[in-house]
Design a protein around this ligand. Sequence first.
Ligand code: CA
Ligand code: CA
Length: 362
Amino acid sequence: MRKTTLFTLLLLAIAALWQANAEAAKRPNVLFIIADDQSPFDFKTYDPSSLLDAPAIGGMASKGMTLDQAYHMGSMSGAVCSPSRTMVMSGRTLWHLPRRGKKHLKREEGVTKGEDILNNTIPAVFNRAGYDTMRTCKNGNSYNAANELFTVREDATKRGGTPETGSEWHGDRVINYLNGRERANDDDPFFIYFGFSHPHDVRDGTPDLLKKYGAVNHRDKKSLPPANPKAPKLPLNWLPKHPFHHGHPGLRDEVSVGGVWENRDERTIRNEIGRQLACAENIDHQVARVLKKLKDMGELENTYVFYTADHGMAIGRHGLQGKQNLYEHTWRVPFFCHGTRDQGRYPSPWQRLPFGRSGHLM
Ligand SMILES: [Ca+2]
Ligand SMILES: [Ca+2]
C-alpha cells in the first residue's frame, strides 16, 4: 500500500513536472505592431465607409478582439509620438513619464538609468523573462534608453515609396530575423516590436497603391494635385478651416506637411487621404508577410499579435491636418489583438485582454 502510494505520488510528480515543462516550452510569443500616425477610421472595423483594403489586419480584428475605446493620453509637446511611445514602452501614464527638456533624450537617460522605470520597460521585462527581444521602428521621438535594451535593434526612418525606402524595409527586418531564428533552431519565445515609419507624412506611396487610391505624391506647393474620382471622398467632418482658435495653429503639422501645407481644399485633402490609405495598405502587406511567415514556422498559433498606432490623425477633418488635437479621429487609436487563447469569451474588452486570463505573459 505504502509502495503504491509513493509510486502514485512519483507518477503524479513526474506528470506535474512534465506539465510544467510543457507549459514552459509553450510560452507564447508576442508580435507588437505599431504604426506611426494612424486614425482608427482608416479601418473598415471603425469606419465601414473607408476604402482601405487591409485584409491581414482586418482578419486579426475579425478573429480576435477590437478595442473601440483605445485612446492615447495627450501630450506635453507637439511631437505627440514621444509621450505616446514612452507610455507604451514604460507602462506609465503621461503624468509619470521620465522628465524631458529641450534635449529630452539625454535628460531622460540621465534621470532614468538605474531606476525602476528603465528596468520595467517592455524589453527589460521580456529580457528578464528569457525572451528574445527584437525591434524595428522609425528613429527618434521615443524612449531611447529603453529601445537600446532590445537584443536586436534595427531602426531607421523609412517613409519613401520604394521597397528599400518604405514600409517593406521594416517588414524585411522582421522576416530576416525570423529566418535567422529558423536557421539557428532558436526556440526561445520572442517579443518583436514591429514598428513602421508610415503612414506618417511624407506619405510617399508606391506607384501601384497610389494608383489604386487615386493619389499622387504631390510635391509642388504652387499647384494643386490632380482631381481624381478614385480618390477617397471628403470625410463628413471635413471643414475648409477650423472654426475657432484651437491653441497652436502654427504647428509644423498644420502648416508644413509636404503635399498639404496650409491647404484644406477638396483636391488636396482627397489626394492626401489617398496617400494615407496607400501607405496603410502597404503596412497591411508587410503584416501579411510576417503573419504568413509565422504560420509557415508553426508559430502563429502560439503568438499574441497586437496592432495599434501611437496616435490618430486629422487630414482635413475639422479643418485640421495634424496630431495635436483631441478630436476622436486624432486621440483615438486602432487597437486589435489576435491571441491564441480565450478569444471571444468575455463580453468586456478589458476582461478579454489575454494578460488577465492566461496570466503567463509577464
Ligand atoms: Ca506619431
Ligand atoms: Ca534565443
